[in-house]
Design a protein around this ligand. Structure first.
Ligand code: PDD
Length: 276
């Protein structure tokens, strides 16, 4: 795999990052994930805007390479050759001389970009197959989930608990209200309405979420950004998740509970999948 690191395109095994990089010592950085279909970047401007917002909110300076990110991605895309790729852009505050919480001197951010093959959404190949399995968990993350930070222990811990059954995604809730998945946003269809948690809650403003909300509204599908209780979530007719790598995927099992099956042609999630 070819990667980009601080101005150079390199083979992945030639890329070197200092162990004193604050990304390693503090998880002090942000990231972005951008899909590319048929060699075309998808919703690039929206992703770039969110990356700039994450940098601004964490006081990490915007470097020239971020301003030219599209050129870097297209160069990597040619080198790695996959027709569909997902780019991971990680920007840390940079390398410290000694480990210290406070930054004493002007730092230069580390910019690292990888691209990997983006697998075709299995629900495009066979939309009738069983949906994904999810587990509800108390949201133990910090209070700034609007920032796309590389410090993801709160997101990765529950899915790696060896004492719990294996699931495809964790759905976080706080005080009885659903927030989002550990790596996705969530939607339900309940009593004739599409509901999704509002951005006033502690969630990431997902680019896929924003795109499909806009498309649903353009196509006269009523969608409400509002609180969803655990009870509503469990009583929903449909539940689906959205993200830049999963697109739209239906849920069939929540903990031990199996959602009632529904005719594909009547399913809202399937209509929504076509907006991507
Ligand atoms: N995850 N919420 C969380 C916590 C996420 O990590 C993600 C994306 C989303 C969906 O956002 P978007 O539609 O912009 O991809 C919501 C990415 C794909 C990841 O970490 O790999």
């Amino acid at each position: 795999m070819w990667v980009y690191l601080n101005g150079q395109i390199l083979k992945e095994n030639e890329a070197r990052i200092s162990p004193l990089d604050r990304g390693f010592t503090f998880g002090d950085g942000v990231y972005e994930v951008i899909p590319c279909y048929d060699n075309q970047l998808f919703l690039f401007d929206e992703h770039l805007k969110r990356l700039k917002a994450s940098l601004e909110l964490t006081f990490i300076p915007l470097t020239d390479e971020i301003k030219n990110l599209d050129k870097i991605l297209l160069e990597l895309q040619k080198k790695n050759k996959f027709l569909n790729q997902s780019f991971y852009i990680q920007v840390t505050r940079g390398v410290d001389e000694v480990r210290a919480h406070a930054v004493e001197k002007k730092m230069h951010p580390t910019v690292f970009v990888t691209s990997q093959e983006l697998q075709k959404n299995p629900y495009r190949i066979d939309p009738n197959q069983e949906g994904i399995k999810v587990r509800l968990e108390e949201d133990i993350r910090w209070h700034r989930c609007d920032i796309k930070t590389i410090a993801l222990l709160g997101n990765t811990l529950p899915i790696n608990d060896p004492n719990k059954p294996k699931v495809d995604e964790i759905i976080f809730h706080k005080d009885g209200i659903i927030n989002e998945g550990s790596k996705s946003n969530v939607f339900i269809f309940h009593k004739g309405k599409v509901l999704t948690p509002s951005l006033d809650q502690n969630i990431l403003p997902g680019i896929t979420r924003g795109h499909i909300i806009k498309e649903m509204r353009n196509n006269d599908i009523d969608v409400h950004e509002t609180e969803i209780s655990i009870e509503q979530f469990l009583a929903a007719e449909e539940v689906w998740i959205t993200s830049s790598t999963k697109e739209v995927q239906p849920v069939s099992k929540i903990n031990e509970y199996t959602l009632p099956s529904k005719n594909l042609e009547d399913s809202i999630w399937y209509k929504v999948l076509k907006f991507i």
